[in-house]
Design a binder for this molecule. Sequence first.
Ligand SMILES: [Zn+2]
Ligand SMILES: [Zn+2]
Length: 235
Amino acid sequence: MDHQIERYDDHTVIIRQGLHTNFEAPFLYLLLGSERALLLDTGTGHVPLRPLVESLLDGRELVVAHTHAHGDHVGGDGEFAAVVGHSAAEVAASFGIADWPHGIGQLDLGDRILDVIPIPGHQGADIAVYDRSTRLLLTGDSLYPGRLYVKDWDAFRASVSRLAAFVADGNPVEWVLGAHIELTTRPGEDYEMGATEHPDEHELRLAPAVLTELASVLGPEPARIVRDHFIVQPL
Ligand SMILES: [Zn+2]
Ligand SMILES: [Zn+2]
């Protein structure tokens, strides 16, 4: 099996690219609305993805977008006829985000509205996706149980603060779901970079309090920060 599939509910599919296909083993999300579906990320491109996605669409129109533009999230783009562009400007235009990164965009899948929140800092065109129907918050490489690599500290700190404020401002979160797992079940213990086996792996989901925790521990100066459920790693 090149991908592991978990149905979070009837309209929400969590796809993980197998660890044996690439050590990044990214998580991809397929959110199904009444008219359209969003595929968030296309993986590393080492294994075919489109046949699996098409088998789940049930006639819906497909929108392909990305949590950010790193190669392990856009690697499968070539399989799809159309994808949202990789630059912040293209992402902003696609989701109607004015004043990147301060504005918030929307995508209506048909009876399912997603909020698209710019969170640059890890890469530059990073977004979080909030699904109003399931109250899932998809955070890409900006928050997951693993090493949060920060390229632009000031931007990342501001993004995490805005995201925490968005949640506090009437958008409650059931679970925060990121794009990788690099921690074990033991607090703050990560696998070696490039490990192709993950014994005793941390679960994917993070409680919303972990976002609040991340916002609270980011100081003004770049610093490596090890917590139970994430490691902040400045670049
Ligand atoms: Zn990344
Ligand atoms: Zn990644």
